[in-house]
Design a protein around this ligand. Structure first.
Ligand code: SF4
Length: 459
């Protein structure tokens, strides 16, 4: 049953025609790619309403803060940000302040209580209502609207992309797993897949708009389609979707995030290998290399199953780059458990790893395991050992590329003066001298390597 929570005032008016022509918006995004994608949708809605991007707080008429709850400091950062925004609103009382995203979904009342100067609080499931709610706040005062069920797939809303040649396409929202450290199932709801026809239509529209790189987005893409039954026919599965998206005329690169090691099967690896446009990149979250910790995390796989699946993917997909996520210091993690993680890191030889220190998220099962929390000094010592091991491995892998020629796609100007940032099919960043417009494909020779990037010279 969908539950709508509307505080302060009970009436929400129907949307009036474009009302904010000439006004400016600013979006601040915290957290993951799903949030970044949602923010692009919100930007698209704002622009469809006549607004354009502000340079900063000084010239903004609307500020949208897209919040995150996944890590503890994300919450702290959010309340810090909202505090700063109060000062901005004191100077400009007409500023409309909107808070969305996971923290708003989970802690709707807390956000309202801690930041009463916010005009609109809305959840992750009703982003499509943002303009109506802003109208409402302007006419009637502050409003909170959070619904527990999805109202519109984020990708069905208009979007303003940060990179003109590259777009995210949501294929699924929510998650049916119960990883004990994760708040996503509580804030994004049960897994809901988008129909393949809708996905393909969106991809075709994006290609018409100049997009050449598509990243399919879901919390657990390998279970895509399990909730869909189309005219009594076989349900679509993720491998089929990859082949379909990869065959859309004009698509040059397809990526996806994230698969789940428990659900990743050979059919997906084969679809990756057999679809030319699907990139040789697999983000495969390990979290821990200890079977005991994996069990406590409710991850559903063992270290040997994880390593078997990595080996299977590498065998089927030549040149595959594998990246991962690792949590250090999950409650109860012993030195022996941590050593098991280090062994997997040495065996799997990840191209990159996103490494995190465990932080208890209120509302998760792991946050209640207080009697098993690992002392901070032990976690930090393990973390630094892990980081230096992974940096060594990343450097070794990247150095092996020096002297080779690779195909890259430009993302435009780099933060380094006079350089452009490009990316290989395997997802590695390559800096190149000169101006290379975003979306340009070229071949480069790798001249030097660091753990997190490569430097090339055009061939
Ligand atoms: S698979 Fe686990 S970590 Fe990923 S979103 Fe679902 S519950 Fe969270």
């Amino acid at each position: 049953m969908s539950q709508t929570v509307i505080l302060e005032t009970p009436t929400v008016r129907t949307r009036r025609p474009a009302t904010r022509v000439g006004k400016r918006y600013l979006i601040r995004t915290m957290g993951c790619q799903m949030n970044e994608h949602d923010s692009e949708r919100v930007a698209g809605l704002f622009e469809s309403d006549g607004m354009s991007k502000a340079r900063g707080y000084e010239d903004a008429d609307v500020v949208f803060v897209n919040t995150c709850t996944v890590r503890e400091n994300a919450d702290n950062r959010m309340y810090g940000n909202l505090g700063q925004l109060k000062a901005v609103k004191d100077v400009n009382p007409d500023l409309l302040l909107v808070v969305g995203g996971c923290a708003a979904q989970k802690d709707r009342d807390l956000v309202r209580r801690k930041a009463p100067w916010v005009d609109v609080v809305l959840g992750t499931h009703n982003l499509d209502r943002v303009l109506d709610l802003m109208d409402h706040a302007e006419d009637w005062g502050p409003i909170t609207e959070v619904v527990d069920e999805l109202q519109a797939m984020p990708s069905s809303l208009p979007s303003r992309r940060e990179m003109p040649h590259s777009a995210w396409v949501t294929i699924q929202v929510g998650c049916n797993n119960t990883c004990t450290f994760c708040i996503v199932p509580a804030v994004r709801g049960v897994e809901t897949s988008r129909r393949p026809g809708d996905i393909l239509r969106e991809v075709e529209r994006l290609v018409d708009d100049g997009v050449v790189e598509i990243t399919l987005l879901g919390q657990n893409v390998d279970t895509y389609g399990r909730d869909l039954a189309i005219n009594g026919r076989r349900r679509p599965i993720f491998g089929d979707l990859l082949r379909m998206v990869g065959s859309v005329r004009g698509v040059r690169r397809v990526r996806f995030t994230s698969p789940h090691p428990n659900d990743f099967r050979e059919d997906v690896a084969r679809a990756m290998a057999e679809t030319e446009t699907v990139c040789e990149q697999l983000h495969f979250p390990l979290q821990s290399g200890s079977d005991r910790v994996l069990r406590d995390m409710h991850r559903g796989y063992t270290r040997s199953k994880y390593l078997e699946r990595v080996a299977m993917a590498r065998k089927l997909i030549p040149g595959l780059a594998v990246t991962t996520d690792i949590i250090v210091g999950f409650p109860g993690e012993t030195e022996e458990d941590f050593e098991a993680t280090m062994e997997v890191v040495e065996t799997a030889r990840f191209d990159q790893a996103f490494m995190f220190i465990f932080s208890p998220r209120p509302g998760t099962a792991a946050a209640r395991m207080t009697d098993r929390f690992v002392p901070r000094h032990a976690i930090e010592e393990r973390f630094s050992r892990l980081v230096s091991t992974q940096e060594r491995i990343s450097t070794e892998i990247n150095r092996a590329l020096v002297g080779s020629s690779v195909e890259v796609l430009s993302e435009g100007r780099s933060k380094r003066p006079g350089m452009a940032t490009t990316r290989t099919r395997t997802g590695k960043v390559v800096h190149l001298p000169g101006e290379i417009p975003a979306g340009t494909e070229l071949t480069t020779r790798i001249v030097s390597a660091a753990p997190h990037h490569l430097v090339g010279s055009p061939v």
